[in-house]
Design a protein around this ligand. Sequence first.
Ligand code: NAP
Length: 245
Amino acid sequence: MLKDKVAVITGASRGIGAEIARTFAKYGAKVVINYNGSKEKAEEVVAQIKAAGGEAIAIGKNVADFEEAKELMDEAVNAFGRLDILVNNAGITKDTLLMGMKEEDFDKVIDVNLKGTFNGMKHASKIMMKQRSGRIINMSSVVGVQGNAGQVNYAASKAGIIGMTKSLAKEIAARNVTVNAIAPGFIQTEMTDVLSDAVKEQILSTIPLKKMGETKDIAECAAFLASDHAGYITGQVINVNGGMI
Ligand code: NAP
């Protein structure tokens, strides 16, 4: 499905990003595993992909940094010759009610999630527009669509990603580059492992399918959006959330 495509996945050292990288490689893509701090985990993902017969490298860059995001795309092109797919997946949370939210908690989440996605789109779209083909997939969240108490900063970043996705899709459709977002519901990863059992129970009660999602649920959706099968889909937000909305 993705044979010989070159994909950069930001925040792919663990969780959803790591699963997307393994899935893309399974479908034949050459993948760049981006990470920020978790070098060993990123190298583990590379090793898993190579052991399964795929091609992968790890590149450590902070996506919130404009220049480092450019270096990430340039190094991917140097390694594999082109750039077909970018998944802007890197993300963080700093949850607390607005009353207790510090200015730096707001700024940091916006910097990584929203600015990081802008940085990735900015540098990758330039390469893809020249190629006259490409796929950009941005990781939003059900929280960006519905809001959530204690996540004003995160919701702002994830709602902002939806606005950027729809806008850039209109700007570069004529160059055969599609831009879509995935809005996951509650997926079992380190990001959600920190939630208390009581919060998890409360969340489960709001999910019609009555279970948390798995990383593969998001990865298979991303693979479809990255593939030729999704060539006529752009500017969309795909909700993968067990029926929450
Ligand atoms: P996770 O397990 O916490 O992993 C986050 C990933 O982002 C890690 O690989 C981390 O790398 C990377 N990262 C963080 N800051 C970075 C930076 N400045 N530059 C580059 N990479 C950075 O998170 P997850 O649950 O897999 O979530 C992945 C994405 O899905 C996020 O955008 C998240 O908001 C979104 N999402 C998740 C859920 C869910 O339920 N899990 C629901 C909706 C949306 P290092 O470890 O190397 O720092």
